[in-house]
Design a protein around this ligand. Structure first.
Ligand code: GDP
Length: 252
């Protein structure tokens, strides 16, 4: 089986941006609005020619909120952390250490999984010093990165492959069949995926269009690996489209 890496951290630190930078393409949506990335996104991630991992964008640990959607996001994160072999804990080097980072750190410490701390938004070399703020959290030397400018992404990948070097070479991992579920919003695509996988892998909400990204998950059925893709609803709004919707449709 491929090893799994979960990208975690409080909202708006740049998890989706880092997820994209690692994948080298626009896989997840990014937005200046905290909490936009609502479903857990999965992708196959190859840092080099020989290795393949599964990368999860947890969509942010939204703590201390009573909203139902946030509770569901928290549930997604908990499931993601349970599945991960390695956690990429993302913080914001410009903002420095916040109480919510500390709360996230407390949750991650309990998990006993290896954690790499990536201090994001270090857009230029002189910003790297800010990463030192996060040493005290106890996850070893922070890696100063910039998802936006793709700075130090290779150093981060070296840390990742060093921490979980045993992910089997790509050629020995066998093929994977992709099954896409398409259909208009609210017909039950996510619920169907949940029924197949047997756990709540994608966010199900009664509001049409809750699943904005093509949400992926990987399951083993009959000894074979399957990738299930829940295509975002392709619908037209009466007046114009948000940029995120257009990107979501293009991704589909
Ligand atoms: P998430 O909520 O943690 O997934 O954060 P996003 O990836 O959606 O990013 C939140 C905001 O931070 C967006 O406005 C991004 O453009 C911005 N951002 C992400 N990475 C960087 C970076 O490396 N440098 C700077 N300056 N901004 C970034």
């Amino acid at each position: 089986m491929r090893k799994t890496i979960a990208v975690a951290g409080r909202p708006n630190v740049g998890k989706s941006s880092l997820f994209n930078a690692l994948l080298g393409r626009r896989e997840a949506l990014t937005s200046p609005n905290p909490g936009l990335t609502r479903d857990r996104s999965y992708a196959r991630y190859s840092p080099d020619e020989t290795r393949e991992y599964i990368l999860i964008d947890t969509g942010g640990l939204i703590l201390g909120s009573g909203e139902a959607i946030d509770e569901k996001v928290n549930l997604q994160v908990e499931v993601a952390l349970r599945q991960a072999d390695l956690i990429l804990f993302v913080t914001d080097a410009l903002e420095g250490l916040t109480p919510m980072d500390e709360m996230v750190a407390d949750m991650l410490r309990v998990s006993t999984k290896p954690v790499i701390l990536a201090a994001n938004k270090a857009d230029s070399p002189e910003k790297d010093v800010y990463a030192a703020d996060f040493w005290g959290l106890g996850f070893g030397e922070p890696v100063a990165v910039s998802a936006l400018h793709r700075r130090n992404i290779y150093s981060l990948e070296d840390r990742i492959t060093g921490a979980i070097p045993t992910s089997a070479p790509r050629e020995r991992q066998g093929g994977m069949t992709t099954l896409c579920l398409a259909g208009k919003p609210n017909v039950g695509k996510s619920t169907l995926i949940n029924a197949i996988t047997g756990e709540e892998r994608s966010i199900v909400d009664e509001t049409p269009g809750t699943t904005r990204n093509p949400a992926r998950c990987f399951v083993e059925i009959g000894g074979r690996q399957w990738e299930l893709v829940d295509l975002a609803g392709m619908w037209r709004k009466k007046s114009g489209k948000e940029a995120e919707e257009v990107i979501s449709m293009l991704a589909s």
